[in-house]
Design a protein around this ligand. Sequence first.
Ligand code: ADP
Ligand code: MG
Length: 245
Amino acid sequence: MIKAEKINVRFGNNHIIRDISLEIKPVKNLVILGKNGSGKSVLLKCLSGLYEFYDGMIEIDGIRADNNLYYRIKNTVVSYVFQKGGLFDSFNVFDNIAFGLRRKNLPESEIEKMVTDALSSVGLSGNENKFPSELSGGMQKRVGLARAICMNPKVIMYDDPAAGLDPVLTDQIADLMMNIQKNLNITSVIVTHDLKLAHKIADDIMLIYGGKAVFYGSNDDFFAMQNEYAKQFITGDIEGPIDIY
Ligand SMILES: Nc1ncnc2c1ncn2[C@@H]1O[C@H](COP(=O)(O)OP(=O)(O)O)[C@@H](O)[C@H]1O
Ligand SMILES: [Mg+2]
C-alpha cells in the first residue's frame, strides 16, 4: 500500500531525513518512534505529500508521488491527523468534519450522513454544535480523527496521537485507532514517542535517529531489545549509541 525508497529531505543545508526506505502492506500499520526533533513529523508530512522530498521515491496505493501527483494522492487516498487535532476554532464540530467533504461539492444531505457516521465511529455523537474550545484535548483529537475518516481514505497518517493525553486517554485513542484500522480496512502510519502506544498497536516499528532509520522491524523484535538503539530508547539509559544531549 505504501512504499518509500531512499527518501531524503533537506531544508537548506539541514539534511533532516537520510535515505529512509519503508514498505507497509494493506491494513497494516507502521509506528515511527524517535526523540524530539529527530524528523518524525517531517517524514510523515513527506509521506503524505505535505512536504516535498528532494531525492527518493514514494508510492502509495500504486500511485508514484512524483511532484505533480502529490495532489492526487493527498486528495484521494491519504488523510492526515494533525498533532493537536488541527481544528478550526471558529467552526463547530459539524463544520470542522464537513470541511473536506464540502470541498468535494457533495449534496448537503449526504454530507450530513457522513459527518454523523464519522462522529459516531469516534464515540462523539450529539456533539455537532459544540466549538473546539468547549471540548477536552482528547475530544478534539477524536474530532480530528472523525474529519480524517469521513474522507474515506485508504491510508491515515497520525502525527503524535498521544501527545498531551494521560495514559487512560492514550489507551482509549489506541483502541479507537485499532478499531478504525480493522473496521474500515485502513493502512496507517503513526508518529509517536509513546512506547506503550507503540507496543499496543504497532505491526512494525521504525526508530529514527540523526535522520536515519536505526531500527526497522517487527513490534516483537523492537521490544526484544537486541538492537542497541531500540534498547537504549526503551530503557532510557544514558549509555548507548544515542547521544541524549
Ligand atoms: N518547514 C521546516 N523548515 C525548516 N526546518 C524544519 C521544518 N520542519 C521541520 N524542520 C526541522 O526538522 C527537524 C525535525 O523536526 P520534526 O520532524 O518536527 O521533529 P520531530 O521528530 O520532533 O517530529 C527539526 O530540526 C526542525 O527544526
Ligand atoms: Mg513532531
